[in-house]
Design a binder for this molecule. Structure first.
Ligand code: SAM
Length: 258
């Protein structure tokens, strides 16, 4: 994501879901001195202002990581403190040895739908955890936005921009008949125990309707050249789906223990 400042104005969907889940999900937090890694921290506001409200307050440290240097710079500038740090890290790459076996919890909100190498990323989480450490990951399985992007990628007008739509934007579980079993089996093979996976059917009405959807999508648009044509692209998007102001989706909530 290249525009953390823009994302911060339009992240009410991601914040709402994170708070809902943190309130209701029976996750076992370490009660004292917890060390936590937040993958895909984006602008850093959720790492700092939301996760910290629900983890036991005497945690030792939270490290937010993101593959986007723009996000890490923004988060560092606005949110870094004694106990909260930010680093650049792509969870699909080999992780540095100093991060292995260091964290009691690895968490992530609205990031893993953009991770194509799921097995590599889940193995990295496993390796970053201490023995008996656990992870909590919240991400999209499928949504109406994906369907609209796929339809637009099949038009001659938008195909040149959206050629990589399946690898750059769409969740690897969008077309899966049974994401729960797929993820469970992958996590089991890696070595996770106490695996729990929920698929939640959700909807969200953007507060400012379609205008907010447009701004949100722009803040994390990954397609070269599309930004210059954004208004035209979004006009075609809305023509395709007049109910675009409502986000309809399945959210995965995944946890497991090392
Ligand atoms: C939608 S933002 C979510 C930000 C934040 N977690 C929140 O709840 O608001 C997803 C972030 O994941 C990051 N990301 C995507 N793929 C990643 C990867 N492979 N490794 C690390 N970060 C990644 C993006 O750069 C983006 O900043």
């Amino acid at each position: 994501m290249q525009d953390p400042k823009g994302y911060q104005q339009v992240n009410s969907l991601q914040n709402r879901d994170l708070v809902d889940i943190l309130k209701e999900y029976p996750f076992e937090w370490k009660q004292k001195n917890a060390r936590i890694m937040d993958i895909g921290c984006g602008d850093g506001s959720a790492t700092t202002g939301l996760w910290t409200k629900y983890i036991p307050e005497n945690f030792m440290t939270i490290v937010g990581c993101d593959k986007s240097q723009a996000c890490v710079n923004f988060a560092k500038k606005n949110y870094e403190s004694e106990r909260i740090k930010f680093i650049t890290l792509n969870i699909e790459d080999d992780i540095p040895s100093e991060l292995k076996g260091c964290f009691d919890h690895v968490v992530s909100n609205y990031t893993f739908m953009w991770v194509q190498q799921q097995e590599k990323a889940f193995s990295n989480i496993f390796n970053m955890l201490v023995k008996d450490g656990n992870c909590l990951l919240i991400f999209l399985a499928t949504c109406n936005i994906y369907e609209n992007y796929i339809k637009l990628s099949r038009t001659s007008k938008w195909n040149p921009y959206l050629k990589d739509v399946k690898t750059k934007f769409i969740s690897p579980y969008h077309e899966s008949q049974d994401p729960k079993s797929e993820i469970r089996s992958m996590m089991k093979n890696i070595g996770f125990t106490h695996i729990k996976i929920q698929v939640q059917n959700r909807t969200f009405d953007f507060l400012r309707g379609i205008e907010e959807l447009k701004d949100m999508m722009k803040s994390f648009n990954p397609f070269d050249g599309l930004e210059e044509k954004w208004d035209e692209f979004m006009d075609d998007y809305v023509k395709l789906d007049p109910n675009a102001g409502t986000f309809i989706y399945k959210l995965l909530v995944v946890s497991g223990t090392k």
